[in-house]
Design a protein around this ligand. Sequence first.
Ligand code: MN
Length: 708
Amino acid sequence: MPTIDALSDRLSTYLSTEQIHQVRRAYFYAEQAHTGQRRRSGEPYIIHPLAVANILAGMRLDHQSLMAAMLHDVIEDTGIPKIALSEQFGDVVTELVDGVSKLTHIKFESKEEQQAENFQKMILAMAKDIRVMLVKLADRLHNLRTLGALRPDKRRRIGRETLDIYAPVAHRLGLNSIRVEMEELCFDAMYPMRSGMIRKAVTNARGNRKELVDKIANSLRSRLKEENLPSRVLGREKHMFSIYSKMKVQRKSLNEILDVYGFRIVVESVDMCYRVLGAVHNLYKPIPGRFKDYIAIPKTNGYQSLHTTLIGISGVPIEIQIRTEEMDAMANHGIASHWLYKSDSNNENNTNGSQRAQKWVQNLMELQQSAGSPIEFIEHVKVDLFPDEIYVFSPKGRIFELPKGSTTVDFAYAIHTDVGNSCIACRIDRQLAPLSSKLQNGQTVQIVTAPGAQPNPAWLSFVVTGKARSNIRHFLKNQRRSESINLGERLLHKALASLDKSIDDVDQDRIDQLIDETSLLEFDDILEDIGLGNRMASLVARRLLVANRDTDIDLESVSDDAPLAIKGTEGLAVSFARCCSPIPGDPILGNVSSGRGLVIHTETCKNVQDIQGNPEKCVILSWDKDINSEFSVELRLYLENRKGVVADLASAITQADANIEGISVEDRDAKLSVTQIQLSVQGRKHLARVIRRLRTIRGVNKIVRIKN
Ligand code: MN
């Protein structure tokens, strides 16, 4: 049975006494915390964290990772709070432990490949510090090694999840030894019969073919020696899971696969790799099209090697990999090789493994860019070290990738443009949340839509994805255009009516001519311009009529008294001035302002005193007879301070069927306070009803409607 003392001995080859002491401290802490807990196998629980630490020690990871390994199940399984851990072991180790616990909570269920890939990226992104992922992978590996104690269905579930998620993640990070062991264990757990059969076949084949393998290896060795190329020639064992996958995916028979002989040649320098390649091509004929130079263009996980296939003695195919010692370490340990090979110094000033790993990723990216290959890498490994993306779930478990900082509206548009255009609310992890909420990795987001709902221009201030932004803009632009055309048409009709004409009196020729003159495309463009206030309706009306063949109007004596009726539902082309907040019943007029369309003020508003009587800027308006919309209005109330007075105000307003939009206290002393209430009403009569109710409340001294 492994012990902490045995581990300490192993660690003494690369950690300082102080660091080993810290690791031991974490061990004893965890041992105490897990007292009384047992593994499914019946062994004391502490066996598990100790084994995880041992796996990481094999990768020569730093003392903080090893401490996190010791403590990785403490928060989860013993109820010791995070804060207690950070007091004992500091923030870095605690964050590592917390990161591992969070990963444990995420459950993957979908079977689609694309989804599995996003899931892999998500958990990488969640592990902000790459060491979290390394601890998690070691944790999973040890659980796989002890899978035997579990029920078969549970074994299969863990096996499937590992093959879908954790083995590919290990692969992305280049942790080949871990990946291979995971795959072999999962294959055994999920398909015991098939793996047994293949194992037997491999063992038999090995016996039969040993002679030939030795012969090939020796001829390679002696040729390389003749050429004065110092190198190690190793026979390569095939893994059962990779044999099985090849049989399944490439539809090859077991014999076809086993008939290929694999060798690896490890040398000192890159230069030597190419010279060895020349030598082996000279010894046996290469198969055309099978040579791959992964040294010049590394694989996305940083793997480097030369690959070639030769035709050997009596026609057997020989697969050869040629690489340097460093590339070999990389091929086996991937990202972890940065702890493995360069932690030769215990000097604290030395950059640590994480920083070196990050640098490695950076170099790799540059390498790929200069090699001119698509930067697939950004799509794959970088997420953990450059977390620009977040991954969230739909309620059905689909995973969506979004840029960091995305909100629920971005998510809605990512699902579908229609969903975005009609979203009105959302739930994050089942809780109602504002549409502007920024999403976090791993959240489940549900969008609530309503038919007829429309994007809100305010969304533009918080969305981050191009898709959401352009869709909202597009929608608003279209909507604004159709509303402006509508208003323009009404303004033109009114202008024509004041000349005692209607649009039917205008010749189509004249309209076409006007379109030409204005270099616009269609009549709607002219109407839109009128609606936006860029063109005056009265001028357009005159120009349309002037060339009328039977023109009989007296352009000087126009009566302009038929007011345009406002419904309050005109949309973006019509807006209500903030300064005087007109409501139905107030005498109103419209200010045609360039680009903004029609802005409606009350007749008494100071801001429109100058333009009154100027027909170019001012339109006489009336309220439509049946109006169903609500309008904002502000009241100022002078109140005596009395407990519950605000509650009384609120209930009076509600009883009068009005809505409170906002309430604020402007001024307050011991006896009196001035309170502002913003409410929405249907019009003046409705407002009068509200005010009457408010007056009946004890302590209300004075009520004023605020204008300007
Ligand atoms: Mn564990």
